[in-house]
Design a protein. Structure first.
Length: 277
C-alpha cells in the first residue's frame, strides 16, 4: 500500500478501478491516488511514443504542436513574473522537449529534469542542461534556485513529496514554485468521477484538491500564495486526440496535422504558486 504523499497515512478507502488499477482516497486527508502493482516503474511509460501518439492517454504529436506550446509557455512565464520573479536561476521538473525552458532562458539561467530519453536528448541538442533526475550535481551547477516549475507533472511522480522536499532544499528562501495539475475537487471532476478526463492511471498517480495540495506544500516548506483555474491554450491536435479517446475511438493520423490551438477552461485544472519559506 502506497503511503499518502500529503499526510503519510497508509490507510485508504477504495474509490473505483480505472484501466484495472485501483484508485483509493487517503483516510487521513482525502488525497486520491493510484495503487500500482509491485515492481511497476512509472518512468517506463515515458518513451518516445508518449509524445508521438503511441499511447492513448498522452500526446498526439508534441513536437508538431511546438508553436502553440511556446505561446502557452510565454503566458506561464508572465504569471511567474507577476508573482515577483523576473530573473535568477530556474529549474523545470518534467521539461519534456524544453520549450518552456527556451522561453524562460530569455530572463533566467535555466536547467531541467526529464525522464524521457528522447525528449532529454532533444533538449541537450539545443544547449539546455537537462538531467534524467534531480541531482545534487545539477543543483550545484545552477542553484540555489529562485524559481521551480512543474507543468502537469506532479501527478505523474511516484513520490511528489520527496521531489518537492528536494526542490525546497535547493531553493532560496523567498523563491517561487509554480505548478499545474488537475483539480480533483472541481465540479467537473466530482460529477465525472471515474470518467473524469484526467483520471488516467497509470500515467496519473495522484489526484489533488486545493486542500490536499496546500497540505503537501506546507509539509515540504512552501506557503501557498496563489491559486487559480487558468485558461490554457491547447493544441487542436491534442484536443481531438483526447476527445476521440474519451469517445472510445483511436485518432487517425491526420489529426496530428491540425494547426494551432484554442483557449480552453473546464475549471478542473489548478495553477498553484507557492513561496519557499
Amino acid at each position: 500500500m502506497t503511503a499518502c504523499a500529503a499526510c503519510g497515512a497508509s490507510e485508504a478507502r477504495d474509490l473505483w478501478r480505472v484501466h484495472d488499477y485501483p484508485v483509493v482516497a487517503c483516510s487521513g486527508c482525502g488525497l486520491a491516488r493510484t495503487e500500482l502493482p509491485p515492481g511497476f516503474d512509472p518512468a517506463s511509460i515515458y518513451t518516445a511514443s508518449y509524445f508521438d501518439g503511441g499511447q492513448a492517454d498522452a500526446y498526439m504529436d508534441y513536437q508538431a504542436s511546438e508553436a502553440t506550446l511556446r505561446a502557452e509557455f510565454a503566458r506561464t512565464l508572465a504569471v511567474l513574473r507577476r508573482y515577483g520573479k523576473e530573473s535568477g536561476s530556474l529549474i523545470e521538473v518534467g521539461c519534456a522537449y524544453g520549450y518552456f525552458l527556451d522561453t524562460a532562458r530569455e530572463r533566467f539561467s535555466v536547467c531541467g529534469v526529464e525522464v524521457s530519453d528522447a525528449a532529454r536528448e532533444a533538449c541537450r541538442a539545443r544547449g539546455l542542461d537537462v538531467e534524467r533526475e534531480l541531482s545534487a550535481e545539477l543543483g550545484k551547477r545552477h542553484g540555489p534556485f529562485d524559481a521551480a516549475v512543474l507543468l502537469d507533472v506532479i501527478e505523474h511522480l511516484a513520490s511528489p513529496g520527496e521531489m518537492l522536499g528536494e526542490l525546497r532544499r535547493m531553493m532560496r528562501t523567498g523563491g517561487r514554485l509554480l505548478l499545474t495539475t488537475g483539480d480533483f475537487g472541481s465540479l467537473y471532476a466530482r460529477l465525472a468521477g471515474r470518467r473524469w478526463r484526467l483520471m488516467t492511471p497509470p500515467q496519473h498517480l495522484w489526484f489533488f484538491t486545493r486542500a490536499t495540495m496546500q497540505t503537501l506544500l506546507h509539509q515540504r516548506g512552501f506557503r501557498l500564495i496563489g491559486f487559480e483555474h487558468p485558461w490554457k491554450l491547447v493544441p487542436l491536435s491534442l484536443m481531438a486526440f483526447q476527445g476521440l479517446r474519451l469517445a472510445g475511438r483511436r485518432a487517425p493520423d491526420w489529426v496530428r496535422q491540425l494547426p494551432g490551438g484554442i483557449p480552453i477552461n473546464l475549471f478542473d485544472a489548478m495553477r498553484v504558486i507557492a513561496e519557499a519559506v
